[in-house]
Each structure stands twice: as structure tokens, then as C-alpha cells.
Design a binder for this molecule. Structure first.
Ligand code: TNX
Length: 747
């Protein structure tokens, strides 16, 4: 009996089985002990500040502001309760972690204890999430009862570093937007804002010493105007500090520096004739360049109090360095072996400079190449393993791998999704992220400071779109950084998230509504009729759909089973999450003689590009022109495509249209040749047509229509020969090309 009680208690504490979650806090606190009853916030309530610390008032500010606006309550800060209902705030050294806090809520009083003002701020964030969602309204919510459920919460973060990065070089984001963004991060207990201030496109940091920097533009990559004055940056630093967020500034060198080098070309490489060598905009790693950058870093340091300064270090092309006589001489003079060591030497010089100013350096994981600078922290992006490697070398690591943490990747399969950079990371994927690599010992794991999600903005022109890409995935990342690994539970997260969404609605956050993903499937039934199925892993919540182009609501058709279709159909479907329509998708299913007929493939696609299954090739839905990594396109690396369609009986046809993806900049190439073969016994095939397409001038979908005259066969075989070796001067030259195939249309 005792054991059962203990189990029940544990489950309650972890918050996993509470039917109606009265504590919908994100990120999930370490420990909640629920109690009946509630504390009512009314005119009787005062804040009793026992901390004698001016930062306490800063930490309490969000509570005071929101209560004043939404509830019309002043919550005066006093030193004694004097018969009023107190929210008692205490700084207590016994709270184990700097950012930890304890909340004790009874009907008569609330006590909030923390070791530091940061802990008080996090306790305040939890309290706000325990209040009705109306607390986020910017206007008075007159009829709301402002109750907070009783209970005890003991909380502290799993990781000391919980970060989000925003790139403001590719697209400039105004200061007002950044403030709103920082508010959102703070509400999630994220404590680092990594500000990617410079890149190839533009240098957004106002330098007083080198004033051409922030006005220069890269002719190669046009972007919008804008830079931050030193005053604006100082203002934002303060704004973030008041929300217990440290801004980590990044000046990305020696690569990604085209804009800076347009302004100061003397720091780029030159060949022996004095002609500038700029490949992807790299600094020439000579001592003068290091000095120039050190000067800029000094200005950066004067504005940003952050212990860590990020120097980038990613993706420097070393092509120019091979050709540049100064680089050759520097390599020789310093007794270095190769260009990797040249880069490493350059980064080490910058680190020494930062260390001499009492700061620490962060660099992207390329700084591991050619020897890691002695005190550097590695920001792992290409893989989790690179961060693990740093940890094994007793260097700090921040984990933001492209596998889980890239907010510029697609978050839904829907073809109507706005253009994203690449990839696919949906909400459950980022939620499942585990920042500590399995192969680390407990001792090594201590070097993992925490997770970070990155929003690169090549395809993110404005703030509202940055919100769309960041939320709710950033909400999941916050829980990854804060909550215990064993407490992470996606269903429970979604349950709490629904309340959080309402809060974001009130704060006008343009978050994405992708939680479950509705999938379509096309098949033929025994009578050869085409069935369209809607699939969704949403615990049985209803799916509604329309076929007239209108947006589905809870009054639209309820999906109860496969829909029969006999002509091209535009379907829109959406599901419901706690009364809210979410996950809307749009698909066009076009009907032809292959639609819904399962194809047999000789060689299966690469696992990475096989998410849609074999059915994707004949499901009547065309893969989009913008992306080849959705569920429609199937991809093979250096392998030919061969597929067979088998009908129940000999079938008439006269034209076949094939669709391929051609994107040399991503190693994806059109086929070298395409053949159509047919047979009636499935053994002896006749070749009906072969074409050798010429390389198209444009990247994107390549459609190959093949007219065949009137034919009647039972088996149809389609062969497409992979392009093979990528030609010289193209991206990935010498490597093997990918082949991407989508719909086979038979008419
Ligand atoms: C790689 S991540 C980059 C960025 C791009 C990003 C796009 C990193 C250190 N470098 O410059 O914007 O990919 O996902």
C-alpha cells in the first residue's frame, strides 16, 4: 500500500497524470506538490519584500505590470503585511541553485524564496502561468477571478545555459521587435540571447572607429537596410538584463565577412598581382586583420558586459588562403602546417585578446579544426558529436545541432508552408532533443553548458515571420533546457502548451500552429476507386475538411473514413487542439491512371528522403518547387531509379509525365537519361521511349513529358539514370549527385 502511495505521489509531483492540469507551467518545474484550494489575488494583496535588494523589484516588475493592466491591482511593495494578504519575497542562501526558486501557495499567503533575484524572476514567471490566461491581456479583464492554485513548487534549471540565437544580418530586425522577442524568451526562462550581429550580407554593429562597416553592403547578397547604434545596443542590453537575459554578441569572422571587407578591402586576401581574392568573403588571416578585428571586439566589449563573446569562426572557405602569398608567408613564418592551422592560429590570437580583456570566447565548431584555442567554448552546430568532442577535451560546449535546433528549417510538411532554409524539424523533434551525447561520462557531461536553438534569417524577412519560426519550437527548447530529462513527455507538454498559446495570443505572438501533422494517403480499393485517407496522430481528436477551398472549421465535414474521389480535388483539413483549429493543410490530389496504384521500386530511396514512403510517387500530390525534402520527393544518392506499376488489367495510355528535382547548389541533379518500358507478363519488356534531357538553366522542378502513341499494357517500368559525378566548378564537384523523383503521371 505504502509503495502505491509513493508511486502516486511521484506521478503527481512530476505533473504527468493530473487530469485537469491546474499547474500548466512551461518549462515543467522540477517538483510540484499540489494542494486543494487557491489563493485569490485581490485588493487585499501586498508584496512584502524582505530582500533589501534593488534587483528584487526588477524581478517582480512583470507581475506588477500585468496585474495592474489586466486586473487593475496595484500590488504595493511594503516591508510588513500589517493584516493584508502577503506575497512574501525572500532571498535565501539555502535554495540550492542560483536560478532556483521555491513557491509555497496557500489560501492565505504566497511565499517566494530564491537564492538570487534571477530565481525570484523565474518564480514570478511560474506564478504568472498559474494565473488565468487573462492576466496577459493588455486591457482590463473585468469578470475574471484571479486565483492561483495552492501547492508547493521547488524548481531549478537542468542547464545553466538556455539560449536562442537570432541572425539580424541576413535581415535586419528593429529594436522594438527585439524587445518583444526578448520578452518571450524571458517568459520561458531562457537566459541567453545570442545576437548574430554580422554576416556576409551586412554588419549591423555601429563601429565608431571604423564607421564604414555598418553602412557597407555586400553586392553579392542584397538585404534590407539597418544597423544598431551603440546607444540602441546598450539600451537592449539593459532591457535584457532586466529580464535576466545575457546578450551574447557575435561578430562572425574570419568567414561570413563579405560586408566588412567591402568596406575595408585591405583585410581581404590578394593574389601576387594585387587582385582581390574573395571566395565567400573571408578575412586574410594576417596579423593586421587580427588587429582590426581586435579593435572591433574592444568596441563590442565596451557595450556588452557578457562574459562570453562570440567570434563566429564558421564556414570560412580556405580557397583564397591557399592562393594568397601573404597567407603562405604567414604560414611559413609561424611554422604552421596547413590552412587549418592558419585559421586556428588566427582564432587563438583573437581569444588571447578577449582573455586579456577578461572575457571568454565562443566559436562555432569549426574552431576545433587545426587545434582548439586553449580556453574556447565550442558551439556545436554541425553535429552533437563535435560538442561532445570539445567536452572530452575539457572545453565547454553549447549544443545547437542542425539535427534538432535549427529554427530556420521547415516545421511542417504542408506544401503551403512559407519558404524555409532547408531541412525538417517539427515540434516533437525539437522537444525530443537531448543535449548530452550518450558517449560522455558524467564528468565530461559537466562541460555541456546547455542547449540553444538558432534562427538564421536568409528566408525570414520580418519580425512576425521570426516569431512564426521560433514559436512554438522555442517553447519546446526552453523545456529541453530547463526540465528534467525524465519529466519530458510530449503529450503532457502539448496539454500545458494549449494554455501557453492563449497567453501568446494575448501578447500577439505570431506562432505556428503545427503540432500533429495531418497526412494524406491515396489508395485504390477492390473496385479500383480512389480513396483519400487523412491520417493524424492526435489522440483521436476530430479532423474537419473542406473541398471547396474554404478554411476548415468545426462546422465543416467531419472526417470519418476514406473519402472517394473521382476528379482532381482540392482538400483542406485541420484538427482540433482544446477547441482551437490547428494543423491546417492544403493538398491538391490530381487523378491519373497511376494515382493510388502502388509502385514497386528496385532500389529504395535513401532513408533521409523516404519519409513519404513509396506511395508518395503515385499519390496524386506533386512535390513542391521550393523544397525537395518534403514527404513528396524521394531521393537517391548515386543510384538509378527503377519502378514498376502493375495494373489489374491491361490499361490504355499514350503519355507519361515524370517529375524530377534539379538543384545543383544542393548536389541534386536531373537524370542523365529516362526510359519507359512496358510489358504484359512482367518479364519481357519493350522500350517505348528513351530521352536524354539537357541540363536546365533554372533550379527547381524539371518536368519531362513523354508522348508514346496509343499503348495498352499491364506493366509499366520507368527508369531514370542518376547524373553521376558532379561536374567541375559546380557545388560538390567530384562527388556523386542525388536524384529526386516525385509524381509519375500516366494519361
Ligand atoms: C549554416 S550554422 C550557417 C549559417 C546559415 C545556416 C543556415 C552556422 C554556424 N553557419 O551561416 O545561415 O547554416 O541554416
Amino acid at each position: 500500500m505504502k509503495k502505491q502511495l509513493l508511486l502516486l505521489w511521484c506521478l503527481l509531483c512530476s505533473g504527468t497524470i493530473l487530469a485537469q492540469n491546474r499547474y500548466p507551467i512551461i518549462p515543467q518545474p522540477q517538483k510540484i506538490i499540489p494542494q486543494n484550494g487557491s489563493f485569490e489575488l485581490n485588493k487585499q494583496v501586498v508584496i512584502v519584500d524582505k530582500t533589501r535588494n534593488p534587483q528584487t523589484l526588477v524581478a517582480l516588475q512583470p507581475l506588477k505590470d500585468k496585474c495592474r493592466l489586466a486586473a487593475g491591482l496595484a500590488l504595493p511593495v511594503v516591508s510588513k503585511a500589517k493584516g493584508k494578504k502577503p506575497i512574501e519575497v525572500i532571498l535565501d542562501a539555502k535554495v540550492t541553485q542560483a536560478e532556483g526558486y521555491k513557491l509555497n501557495i496557500t489560501p492565505q499567503h504566497i511565499q517566494l524564496k530564491a537564492k538570487t533575484p534571477a530565481g525570484i524572476f523565474y518564480g514570478v514567471q511560474s506564478l504568472l502561468q498559474l494565473l488565468p490566461t487573462d492576466i496577459e491581456q493588455k486591457i482590463r479583464a473585468n469578470d475574471t477571478q484571479w486565483t492561483i492554485p495552492c501547492g508547493t513548487i521547488e524548481d531549478e534549471p537542468r542547464f545553466g545555459y538556455r539560449g536562442i540565437m537570432l541572425d539580424v544580418s541576413r535581415h535586419f530586425m528593429p529594436v522594438d521587435f527585439l524587445k518583444k522577442y526578448i520578452d518571450e524568451l524571458a517568459a520561458l526562462k531562457i537566459n541567453r540571447f545570442h545576437w548574430h550581429l554580422t554576416d556576409g550580407q551586412a554588419f549591423r554593429f555601429e563601429s565608431k572607429k571604423y564607421p564604414l562597416l555598418h553602412t557597407a553592403k555586400s553586392p553579392q547578397w542584397p538585404t534590407n537596410e539597418g544597423f544598431y547604434t551603440q546607444e540602441q545596443m546598450r539600451e537592449l542590453v539593459k532591457y535584457a538584463q532586466d529580464r535576466f537575459i545575457t546578450i551574447i554578441p557575435e561578430v562572425d569572422v574570419p568567414g561570413h565577412s563579405q560586408a566588412a571587407l567591402v568596406a575595408y578591402p585591405q583585410y581581404a586576401c590578394q593574389d601576387s598581382t594585387g587582385k582581390q581574392l574573395l571566395f565567400q568573403g573571408e578575412f586574410c588571416p594576417k596579423p593586421e586583420s587580427a588587429q582590426f578585428i581586435a579593435d572591433i571586439l574592444d568596441e563590442v566589449i565596451s557595450i556588452f558586459p557578457s562574459e562570453y563573446i562570440h567570434i563566429g569562426g564558421d564556414e570560412a572557405s580556405k580557397v583564397a588562403w591557399h592562393k594568397c602569398p601573404v597567407c603562405r608567408k604567414t604560414t611559413q613564418d609561424l611554422g604552421l602546417k596547413n590552412v587549418d592551422e592558419l585559421q586556428s592560429n588566427f582564432i587563438k590570437t583573437l581569444e588571447k585578446h578577449l582573455n586579456s580583456r577578461g572575457r571568454k570566447m565562443i566559436g562555432w565548431d569549426e574552431i576545433l579544426e587545426g587545434g582548439l584555442a586553449p580556453n574556447a567554448t565550442v558551439m556545436a552546430w554541425r553535429s552533437l558529436e563535435s560538442g561532445g568532442e570539445a567536452a572530452k577535451m575539457k572545453h565547454n560546449a553549447i549544443m545547437s545541432p542542425t539535427s534538432h535546433c535549427y529554427l530556420d528549417y521547415y516545421q511542417s510538411e504542408d506544401p503551403n508552408e512559407p519558404l524555409a532554409f532547408a531541412g525538417f524539424i517539427n515540434l516533437p523533434k525539437i522537444y525530443s532533443f537531448e543535449p548530452i551525447p550518450e558517449n560522455l561520462t558524467a564528468e565530461e557531461a559537466k562541460y555541456v553548458l546547455g542547449p540553444q536553438a538558432n534562427l538564421w534569417t536568409e528566408q525570414v524577412p520580418v519580425g512576425s515571420h521570426a516569431e512564426y519560426m521560433t514559436f512554438p519550437r522555442g517553447v519546446a527548447l526552453a523545456e529541453v533546457g530547463w526540465s528534467k530529462k525524465e519529466d519530458r513527455n510530449y503529450a503532457n507538454f502539448l496539454d500545458r502548451l494549449s494554455s501557453y498559446l492563449t497567453r501568446m495570443d494575448y501578447r500577439s505572438v505570431n506562432y505556428a500552429k503545427h503540432f500533429f501533422e495531418i497526412k494524406t494517403q491515396t489508395s485504390r480499393d477492390a473496385n479500383q476507386r480512389i480513396n483519400l485517407s487523412l491520417l493524424c496522430d492526435n489522440n483521436g481528436a476530430p479532423i474537419y475538411y473542406t473541398t471547396d477551398g474554404s478554411t476548415p472549421t468545426q462546422q465543416s465535414n467531419l472526417y470519418t473514413g476514406p473519402i472517394l474521389i473521382s476528379q482532381t480535388t482540392n482538400i483542406k483539413a485541420a484538427t482540433v487542439m482544446k477547441g482551437r483549429m490547428v494543423d491546417e493543410i492544403t493538398r491538391t490530389i490530381s487523378i491519373n491512371k497511376a494515382t493510388g496504384v502502388q509502385m514497386e521500386l528496385t532500389t529504395l530511396p535513401s532513408k533521409r528522403y523516404f519519409r513519404g514512403g513509396i506511395g508518395a510517387i503515385t499519390n496524386g500530390t506533386f512535390g513542391g518547387n521550393g523544397r525537395f525534402n518534403d514527404e513528396e520527393w524521394l531521393g537517391w544518392n548515386d543510384q538509378d531509379f527503377e519502378g514498376v506499376i502493375k495494373w489489374n488489367q491491361a490499361t490504355d495510355f499514350s503519355k507519361i509525365t515524370l517529375r524530377f528535382f534539379h538543384k545543383p547548389s544542393s548536389w541534386v541533379w536531373m537524370p542523365k537519361s529516362v526510359s519507359i518500358l512496358a510489358s504484359n507478363d512482367g518479364v519481357n519488356y519493350t522500350t517505348l521511349s528513351t530521352v536524354n534531357p539537357s541540363v536546365p538553366a533554372q533550379e527547381g522542378v524539371l518536368t519531362i513529358p513523354m508522348s508514346l502513341g496509343n499503348q495498352q499494357y499491364k506493366f509499366l517500368k520507368i527508369k531514370a539514370q542518376a547524373y553521376g559525378t558532379i561536374p567541375a566548378n559546380m557545388t560538390g564537384a567530384g562527388d556523386k549527385a542525388w536524384l529526386f523523383v516525385d509524381e509519375v503521371v500516366v494519361e
